[in-house]
Design a protein around this ligand. Structure first.
Ligand code: FES
Ligand SMILES: [Fe+2]
Length: 455
């Protein structure tokens, strides 16, 4: 449970808030590169940390991210002209023109001898692009820190994939679903019987024991948990997952040592979140699980063909018009009560189709910004409790002592991995997984078939 005040501090990220200040220390995904597909393409409305921004790709291919209101008299730069062969965005009210870095390069309604244009600058945030993500730095430093070394966003050309899906609730509420391992056996697999899974796989033990125990530790990138279940052959199945500052998760699905996907819960404002998933194109499980795993993976990423769980509404130019699912609160996420009653197939516990949509429905159902002062936390919520504390402590330490939060100046600590592993029952899980948790290392000795199709 959090007090109302703690909850407000944790959730609110606009200018002048404690958590907003913490997030502004980091590089933040602002958009997909594909949203600004070519030089001089249409300007794009971006809502980020409660700020209205206009993104555009100039003639040279550089992405500008300017405050929406023109510094002259506040007209929206969304209506600006991104003029061909002439880098910059021209406000259509009086023709002032701004380069990607905010410099005013033309002020045609002032006398030619005026030097006023040298005294005016649009608020502009630095950007960088890497593997399909346009990153923004919204902090106060003159020279921004390096990008975080998130392995899922650093894969070789042709091997990576990035997905964005909007969620209509507060960012931390959405993130909590990713660091809460025990819900998987219910929300996503509540209708599945252990007899449907191959004995000895992760999937089997997930269903054989639905009440794992936990170990939670703070790390240099954030917080990590190991959830464990004893197997019937004297081993222990560990699910290791990460929270990385300020809003990244690495859930425990997949195989520790192989899994590199990073999931970002980026606040658009206090009640809208843009989920970014950066990782390899597919989970490459060999037959017989290949088809099932690929389809689960695509559903999870929102890229599977034809299904209510992943159909997208065409993007509009609205502040909240990007990457919305057709299944949403207004149609009860297309819940199928017959399937729910029947309760025999993969999605039948909820009657809502697909892992991503199940998560989306249930976290949005808590309300736009859940008041945590009346919740009842249990032992299965250990990770959530620790991550909240870690974030609140870091936000206060930054505000009170100027303490720079984890990973800002040391981006390599973000090169971590998550996933599942079998260990001897008496093994120290931190010691035994040290190599497997380290990013940018290949582990050809690992057999991905051990996961089974569910995880
Ligand atoms: S308001 Fe933009 S040029 Fe006047
Ligand atoms: Fe989930």
């Amino acid at each position: 449970m959090l007090t109302r005040e703690e909850n407000e501090t944790l959730c609110r990220v606009g200018p002048g808030t404690l958590m907003g200040a913490l997030m502004r220390e980091y590089w933040i995904p602002a958009a997909l590169s594909s949203e600004l597909a070519a030089p001089d393409s249409d300007p794009l409305r971006i809502m980020l940390l409660g700020e209205q921004l206009i993104a555009f790709r100039d003639t040279n291919g550089k992405v500008g991210l300017l405050q929406n209101n023109c510094p002259h008299r506040g007209a929206s730069l969304f209506f600006g002209r991104n003029e061909e062969l002439d880098p910059g965005l021209r406000c259509v009210y009086h023709g002032w023109k701004f380069a990607a870095d905010g410099t005013c390069t033309d002020m045609p309604n002032e006398p030619a001898e005026s030097d006023f244009k040298h005294k005016v600058k649009a608020v502009a945030y630095p950007t960088q692009e890497r593997n399909g993500i346009i990153w923004a730095y919204m902090g106060a430093r003159q020279s921004p820190p390096p990008l975080p070394s998130l392995e899922g966003n650093m894969l070789p050309d042709g091997e990576w994939q990035v997905t964005a899906i909007q969620r209509e609730c507060n960012w931390f509420q959405a993130l909590e679903g990713d660091i809460d391992t025990s819900h998987f056996s219910f929300l996503h697999a509540g209708s599945m019987d252990v007899s449907t899974q191959q004995p000895g796989t992760f999937s089997y033990y997930m269903l054989a024991d639905r009440a794992p125990r936990y170990s939670v530790v703070d790390t240099d990138f954030g917080t990590m948990y190991g959830a464990y279940r004893d197997t019937d052959d004297g081993r222990r199945y560990w699910r290791v997952a990460n929270f990385l500052f300020p809003f990244w998760t690495m859930p425990p699905q997949g195989l520790l040592g192989h899994k590199v996907t990073a999931r970002g819960w980026v606040p658009m404002d206090d009640t809208h979140t843009m989920f970014y998933m950066a990782g390899p194109k597919f989970r490459r499980l060999p037959p017989p699980d290949a088809e099932r795993s690929a389809s689960l993976n695509r559903a999870n990423e929102g890229t599977a063909p034809a299904g209510p769980w992943n159909r997208m509404v065409p993007n509009s130019t609205d502040w909240f018009g990007r990457f919305r699912l057709t299944a949403n609160a207004s149609n009860d996420y297309m819940i199928d009560r017959e399937k729910q009653r029947h309760n025999s197939g993969m999605d039948d516990f909820t009657g809502i189709q697909g892992i991503h949509l199940q998560d989306q429905a249930i976290t949005e159902s808590e309300g736009p910004l859940y008041d945590r002062s009346s919740e009842h936390l249990a032992s299965s919520d250990m990770m959530i409790i620790r991550v909240r504390r870690r974030l609140l402590m870091a936000a206060h330490a930054l505000a009170d002592q100027g303490l720079i939060p984890p990973g800002v100046d040391d981006p390599d600590v973000m090169g971590a991995r998550a996933g599942g592993v079998f260990l001897p029952q008496d093994a120290d899980w931190l010691e035994a997984t040290e190599q497997l948790r380290r990013g940018f290392v290949k582990h050809p000795e690992l057999d991905p078939r051990v996961t089974g199709p569910l995880v």
